[in-house]
Design a protein around this ligand. Sequence first.
Ligand code: AMP
Ligand code: ZN
Length: 114
Amino acid sequence: MVDCLFCKIINKEIPSQIVYEDDNLIVIKDIQPVAPTHLLAIPKQHVENVADPKFTEAGLANLFFDGIQKVAKELGLVENGFRIVANCGSEAGQTVFHLHFHIISGRPLSWPPG
Ligand code: AMP
Ligand code: ZN
């Protein structure tokens, strides 16, 4: 078993603010929000990042995006827009090596990213 922050959050060993949970994923509030809405969608299975083949095996990616769609709709993020970001690898800014998609919304977002 890897020593993983997000596995501990999923197992409720570390507290978090959960906004959505189903059999496949959990969506929590980011502890250091960069926008009025900043959530992290995290698969319950320990997958390192988008480059990890486990993400696309057994339909996990599809179930995962089902959850993101549901949350975006339920929280009213669809009308004004939202951004999902998955940092993949250290040079891309990944600091927690358990796959997570940032869901960022609630202010105008610039492009390109830093
Ligand atoms: P990344 O840098 O893309 O790997 O994103 C990791 C994210 O996890 C950062 O935005 C952190 O603010 C967030 N984070 C770290 N620890 C926690 C925690 N205990 N609860 C919620 N979010 C966290
Ligand atoms: Zn993990």
